[in-house]
Design a protein around this ligand. Sequence first.
Ligand code: WTA
Length: 664
Amino acid sequence: MGGNLLYENNSYLPPRHGKDVARVRSQQEYEELYNFALADNDTFWERRARSLLHWSRPWEKVNNSDFSVPRVEWFRGARLNAAYNCVDRHIITDHRNKAALIWQGEREMEVRAYTYQMLYNDVCRVAAALDGLGIRKGDRVALYLPMIPELVIAMLACARLGAVHTNIFTGYAEGGVKNRINDSGARIVITADVVMRGGKPKPLKANLDRILGQCPSVQKVIVVNRSDDSVQMMRGRDVWWQDFLEDFTLDADFPCVPMDANDPLFLLHTSGSTGRPTGVLHSTGGYLTYAAHTTQWVFDLKDSDVYWCTADCGWITGHTYLVYGPLALGATTIMFEGTPTWPRPDRYWRIVEKFRVNILYTAPTVVRGMMRDGEEWTRRYDLSSLRILGSVGEPMNPEAWVWYHTHIGKGELPIVDTWWQTETGGVMISPLPYATSLRPGSVTRPLPGIDADIVDRNGQPKPVNEGGNLVVRNSWPGQFIGVFQNEEKFKSYFDRFPGMYFSGDGARRDEDGNYWILGRMDDNINVSGHRLSTSEIESVLAAHPAVAEPAVVPVPHELKGEAIYVFVALKNGIDWTEALRSELRDFVRKNIGALASPEVIQFVDDLPKTLSGKTVRRILRKIAAGDDLESLGDTTTLARPEILGEIYLARNRLALGQPEKQAD
Ligand code: WTA
């Protein structure tokens, strides 16, 4: 290795070692690509699409998008199949026997590896079985599965048939699962008996059994046997996955269904600004091009690399950077079922050493957790195979950046802090590891082809170092093509600033053109990199019989980045008890999932409101964070400013572990 990264002008310079063989080799090459993509956008993307993917029919037009409609349309008229690109085309090359997917189970000795040929065999068989169950192009299939290879196989089997998979994170419980299934209208759900958590099986199929009576679209449930747990199988509705794979009458070479470039590849729900989750739709051609393109450039992915993205496939990062990007490139991708800390806080480093991982892509919350557990855990392992580190999901604070760089990167490795969203399909603003000078805490520069900007409320560009709204002026192939059955919601992303896509994030740009993400401008909360909507949590709480009115705000949290702080006014005559507090917490967990579990629930007599009756969350945010009473800003527009003092004192009592109200 080449020694520590040089530090100049508050920046870490890119590593010299490996530069000559990098995909993008220097700042100058980045600038050239950036300028070329700006000047001749269609040619730039056309070249990338042609060199990265196999198309069975060429396009008539590269970019037919128009934000004023809005319409996002790439590679019109072209045809391809995502499973063909991720699997089939590799088995006719010398990649046939390469490890495509290496799965590390929660237990150390549970490892399964699939070569491209083996992946092909299982994907074909499952596609044939789904076809036998009547699944056709355009049908939705919900995947409520743990991080096991069957999840990847199911995604690719859907892609093979042109069915639209809609993955549901296993951290969601009944209510969250029900909403997502019903919004998608899935005909089939694929699940498992259990999901493994900290060495113990937690029921998954049983969660479904409780809600399927309220999911009229679901006709069949396919159950993967993960742990021989006993489950109830409903005759005529539920079938075992394993029975599919043993059915030798199924077509072992089930053909790929040719897809239009703009047919949807998948649907993935993210948090919207309403109580209802937003069903983000991604295309087949544009999305897959962008997934492959960004995986190759941002991670400088080479054929010989072992690449590990730690995200769950229930989130967009797992879709793009565990499955579609790496497999489209014929790479070796690692999938880990467990968590960083079970059975000990060394799990990631064990895996890096065991498989000689070259590229590691994880989240700031994971890094902060490791900082807390101490670097001793990292020293016991040989991490010298690592070449590039990545981060995604929330702002990476400079302390965490430096720790990651020092203790994992040994002072030598670049960190690509990648900014993007479910809606963008892939990375938008990020360093290129061998070309970009790094500033801890900054996501640096937009990738070539991405015309980002920071604008004020009137859509005018903001001066250097002033915070504003992060927008993108031109479409890119990975951009979402719609919101499932909700045209209005899709429009709302383009309404705020005409001619631009608004990300919902705030950002500023420094004097060298580096972007610094300031967080969400809307009512999304980012807990451990998981995007949640405050209004979704509020609407659940409002449905509880004891609750008159809830207000949910983010509060800074050392490990999670942000945590959920709930203020609740109860109905008349209902007592503020600890029993009710834990009941409300359980109510949220049951109706959305453990990931939405409130950090603090504070009872209040009344919520602060404006004269027009709007709850003032801006002030509640500050109170929750423990800011001084004097710093709450303008309170003159409040109907009853005098209540703030008591809410504030009660907050401090709670923080000290005392009840809100002092005993009389
Ligand atoms: C935040 C995850 C700072 C941001 C891929 C965005 C980040 C939201 C970063 C999207 C980063 C993501 N630095 N903030 N590197 N990456 N975010 O849809 O607020 O789950 O809008 O997609 O996460 O979350 P989503």
